[in-house]
Structure formats: C-alpha cells, structure tokens
Design a protein around this ligand. Structure first.
Ligand SMILES: [Mn+2]
Length: 256
C-alpha cells in the first residue's frame, strides 16, 4: 500500500495572521497528485490553526471559521483517502470530532506509528499555556503588520526543544523512537518541528513530514510492500498539474 503524509499546514482564518491565506491552489494541485498515487493520505496534525482566534475561548467557532476560509481543502479533508491525526495547534478536534492522537498501521510485515510528535514537547504540555499565548500574541503582531515574531518564536521553539536539524536526533525525537520501539513498530512518522527528513536509529526509521507553509510544500510517501519512506519537497514551477519534475527528493530510506 502507498501512504502519503502531509502535516503542519496551519490553515488559518483567512486574515493577515493566516500564513496560508491565498495559497490553497498550490496545495490543491499537490493533493490531486497525491490522490492518484496513494491509497491513503494522512493529515498529521496542525492542519488547522486554532490557536490564533481574535479572542480565545471558542474553538468550535474557530474551527468553523478556518474551514470557511479554506472551503475546498475542508471539503477534501472530510473524506477518504484522507485520515486525520490531531496536532497541538488543532488539538480541539480531539474533543470536538473524535480525531485520534495517532494512527497505527500494521501491513505487509511493517508496523508504522503516525503521530504529530508534540507529546514530548514541553511547550505543548508543561508550558502549554505560555506556548499558546506566544502563538496567539504573534498572530496579533502579524495582523498589525510583522511576521517577524512568528518566525523568531518558530526558531526559538526548535532550539529549546532540541529538535532535529540536518538529521540529528533531538530529545523529543529520541523519546518518540523509544516509545515506538517498546510497541515493536519499525517506523514512526511525525511532523511538528517543520524539519523534513529521515533518521535511521538502530534499524528504526523516524520520518518527519516537514510542513506545507509558504511556497515550498513537503510530503512523505511510504510504500509498505518494500518498507520504504521518501520525503519530498515540492516546487511547482508552472501553474499546471504537479508531476515528477516538480518533486525534489530530500531523503529516502528502505528498511532492511
Ligand atoms: Mn505542532
């Protein structure tokens, strides 16, 4: 089976704080491509940006609002082949719609755990309310004209959590691998850090789906029959349909 994974799209309410405002078209063309080549497409969290309402307090209303700002994506994501795993920016969908924290797939002798990956991030737990305030505050800065705060806190976040860069394992990634290993999985797929790539650690693959923000989109393609994972960056040079020429392979690993 071929499984695609995308994450960290952060689709917002269509205002100036919405980093995906006016950029649905490129993603929709990528989805057209993914739907042709994959039986399942996993949305691995932080799909919707629910932490940047004008005033906090009503996640259900915010969910309606962000979906209304991105209607075609909302419509596609509601049906197969899409499957949804909650992240920390769209955590409210767990309570509101029963979206799971992870998907575990055992097929063709491989066991793969799909999780957003914030479980071991102190900013999503112990420091959750500080983290959420920073995100909300940065959105207001963006509405007032500067995206600099958002970028600054993104970088600070990965520095503090010790997340991987250039295929180095951070603390968060090590704990995820350990947890997956205890459950006898051979592959863990995460998002959250926005850092695409694959790390092999003693025969276990940790795959990161990167992000779909800005002008470069990332996705993971898994072939369970040969137990391989490939991470791609998509750069659409033309406005036509996405094809192989638009794909840049970042990393590809096959399990022994
Ligand atoms: Mn996240």
């Amino acid at each position: 089976m071929n499984i695609a994974v995308i994450s960290d799209i952060h689709l917002g309410r269509g205002d100036r704080a919405d980093r995906k405002r006016g950029k649905d078209e490129a993603l929709i063309r990528l989805l057209d491509y993914l739907e042709v080549h994959h039986e399942q497409i996993i949305l691995l969290g932080d799909v919707w940006e629910l932490l940047t309402p004008k005033w906090p307090g009503n996640p259900q209303r915010e969910l309606r609002r962000v979906r209304a700002a991105h209607p075609e994506l909302a419509q596609r994501f509601a049906h197969p082949p899409y499957r949804y795993v909650a992240g920390n920016h769209d955590q409210a969908v767990e309570a509101l719609e029963g979206v799971p924290q992870e998907i575990s797939i055992k097929i063709d002798q491989v066991h793969i755990i799909f999780t957003h990956g914030h479980q071991f991030d102190i900013w999503a737990h112990h420091l959750r309310y500080i983290g959420e305030f920073v995100v909300w505050f940065s959105a207001w800065a963006a509405r007032l004209g500067t995206h600099a705060l958002t970028r600054f806190f993104d970088q600070l976040h990965n520095l503090i959590t010790g997340s991987s860069r250039d295929a180095q394992l951070g603390g968060l990634e090590r704990k995820l691998i350990q947890q997956s290993r205890e459950r006898h999985a051979q592959m863990t797929v995460m998002g959250h850090t926005h850092l695409p790539g694959i790390v092999e650690h003693n025969g276990h693959l940790l795959v990161n789906s990167g992000h779909c923000l800005g002008d470069s989109l990332h996705f993971v393609s898994i072939n369970t029959e040969i137990a391989s994972a490939t991470v791609y960056q998509v750069q659409q040079l033309l406005n036509g349909p996405v094809d192989e020429h638009d794909l840049i392979m970042i990393d590809s690993v096959t399990l022994p």
